[in-house]
Structures are given as C-alpha cells and as structure tokens.
Design a protein around this ligand. Structure first.
Ligand SMILES: [Mg+2]
Length: 365
C-alpha cells in the first residue's frame, strides 16, 4: 500500500468566529450564535465562542439553557448566507493546494496527500517525503486561513481520515497535531470512547454499561463480542476504529452550498398573484433538485428585484432540516407575504441553503 497521509482541517468555533471578526468589539466576551438570537425563543445553539464554552455552553443545547448557564453572553442570530460565503473562501484556499479535498460540512475538510491510485496525484515525484509534504501543507493552510480570512483553524495529520479528525481536535483552537503510525496505540488508549467517530451518546452509554470506557478498553474486546452487541457492520467498525484502522478514501467532493432558481421577466410586473404563482413553480423545481440530490435544507431565501434594480432578500431558518415541499413552500410564501411592492418587479428567485445529507461522499457522523 502506498504511503499516504490525510490532513483534516477544522475551522475553530466557525460561526462564532465569523461573527467575532465582523464585530471585533465582542472579542473576549462569551458569544452564542443560534436561531434568531433570542434566548426566549425555542431555538438551539449553533455555535459558541470559546469564552462561552467555558460556562458549559455547547452546540445543540437549547438557547434557554445556554442563557441559564451564561446570562452575560451576547446572543446573535444565525446568518447562514455569511457563513456560506466564508466557507467558500475557506474551500478555495484548500483547493489552491490540491484537488484532493473532501469537504465535510461548511467548516471541515479532509485532504489526501500522497495518494496514488484511483484518484491519483498529478506530478508526484519518486522519493517524495509525503510526511514532510503534508506537514508543510498543513502549516501553509493555517497561515493562509489566518492571513486571508482572519480566522484560525485546527489541523490534524494522520495516516487516515479517522485519525486525522481525532488529531485536529487534540489541540483546539489554532492547533496542529500529528498522529504517526507508531503513535496510534498510545494516542488512542486513554481517550474516552465518545471521541471515536461514530460513537454517539447512545453507543457511549451502551459501551459504558458493558464496562468499556476508553478506546484502549474497546480495543481489547474480541470482535465477535462487539458484533454480537452492536451488529456485524457497526461492531466491526468499532473494532477497527478502536485500533485506528480506517481505509475509507478521501473522495474529492464539494457540497453545494445552496440550490436556487430565479427568473427575470420579459416585462416587469406588479401582479402579486402572478408573482406568487411563479415563486411556487420555482420552489417546486428547487425542492425537486434538493430531493434528487438527497439533501435536506435548513434555510429558505426569496429574492425580489425591482424595476429600478434594487434587490431585496428575505430568509428564514427552519427549526429543522427538511426536504418537504410543504414546509419549504409555506416558508417561502410567508416571506413573500411580508415583501412590499412599491414598484414593478423584474426578477424573483428562491434558494434553499444550509444543506445536509447528499448521496455522494458522505459518511455518518
Ligand atoms: Mg469546526
């Protein structure tokens, strides 16, 4: 097997950091991004700055709970459009180094170094020190992300994806951590099982119940025992992951940030009945494409351009991911009803973003 390394790049507290960058006066303060930014509403935390995390605030927690833990925090609304824009700039930096980039959500990516085979790497010279190459690339990526985006990221380098993701978490924020073949066992052994990819709260609970708390303990369990308790496929995954084994390839794949459709009219119109009908057709197309690609979306945006070229957009983030025409149309229509029509309209459009899922290049988390 050819020598290869995987670099995992993970932006630090991404949403919160993007907000802090455009609101430098909030630096050093606990900042919590979630929903409409109102802790009285039933939204959840999308991101928390490191200062807020110190109070025990974590992503996915209800905003109310976060408020209870950290009443002095600054609460901000989610601005997906902005995060997608910065995410695009982040991915562009990575693509400047190599085409072997597999994006994973808005703020993470895997990069293959030295992979020869299916995908192949162009211009690899014989005798290339791939470790040296990966290390230099990791340092340069951190430098460029910092200089060009004004943000920090944490980077892990390891022989495979599983370990590279673990490595990037080791020294957050602004970290660079390497797991080499010979360090795998000693690095994994004392980590709680929860740190392994694929081990969520439920699996953790069952493992703990079976007396397995650390990755080292998990690695000492016979495979058959794991397969009996967790099924053949997942049992085997646990067995392999506990030993740092992961042969999944880095699949160059760029998730679409959004799916949208818009039309410009031959003749400007202020007929809201007509506009509504067109918006409905556009929404149907967008939802069709969303479903076909196997995505679900979080945010719906409509766009209206008036005859004087003034353009407005209105967005709403849904409480949960959806690919339902009913949900998405209800949302788009609600936004449309709030738009005023002081003059004729030359364009309408609809967009779904905050996409998750997808049929290609995905792995369960
Ligand atoms: Mg991140």
């Amino acid at each position: 097997m050819p020598e290869r390394f995987v670099i995992h790049v993970d932006m630090d507290a991404f949403f919160a950091s993007v907000e802090l960058k455009r609101r430098p006066e909030l630096r050093g303060k606990p900042v919590i991004v979630g929903g409409a930014g109102d802790p009285a509403k039933r939204d959840v935390v999308s991101a928390a700055s490191y200062e807020a995390r110190r109070y025990g605030v974590t992503s996915g927690m209800p905003l109310r709970t976060a408020y209870r833990l950290c009443p002095g925090a600054v609460f901000l609304p989610v601005d997906f459009e902005k995060y997608e824009e910065v995410s695009g700039e982040f991915m562009d930096i990575l693509y400047a180094f190599t085409p072997l980039v597999e994006s994973f959500g808005l703020d993470e990516a895997f990069i293959g170094v030295g992979e020869v085979g299916e995908v192949g790497e162009v211009g690899v010279e014989k005798g290339t020190d791939f470790f040296e190459k990966a290390l230099n690339m990791a340092r340069d990526i951190k430098k460029r992300v910092n200089e060009e985006l004004g943000l920090t990221c944490s980077v892990g380098i390891a022989p495979n994806k599983l370990l590279s993701k673990l490595a990037s978490e080791m020294k957050k924020p602004d970290g660079l951590f390497v797991i080499r073949e010979e360090d795998i066992e000693s690095t994994l052994k004392d980590l709680p099982v929860r740190r392994l990819w694929g081990v969520g709260p439920r699996t953790e609970k069952r493992l703990n119940y079976l007396g397995i708390n650390t990755v080292g303990e998990l690695a000492s369990v016979p495979r058959l025992h794991l397969e009996r308790n967790f099924g053949t496929v997942f049992g085997r995954t646990l067995y392999e992951h506990s030993r740092g084994i992961d042969e999944s390839p880095v699949v160059p794949f760029h998730e679409p940030e959004s799916i949208s459709r818009e039309v410009t009219f031959d003749e400007d119109t202020s007929d809201t009945y007509l506009l509504k009908g067109i918006l409905y057709e556009l929404t149907k197309e967008v939802v069709g494409r969303l479903r076909q690609a196997g995505y679900r979306s979080r945010t719906v945006t409509i766009k209206v351009r008036y005859s004087n070229f003034e353009t407005i957009t209105r967005s709403r983030t849904l409480p949960e991911l959806t690919d339902s025409m009913n949900d998405i149309w209800t949302c788009a229509l609600g936004l449309f009803k709030k738009v005023e029509f002081p003059r004729d309209v030359r364009l309408v459009g609809v967009k779904v973003s905050g996409l998750q899922g997808g049929k290609e290049g995905k792995r369960g988390k």
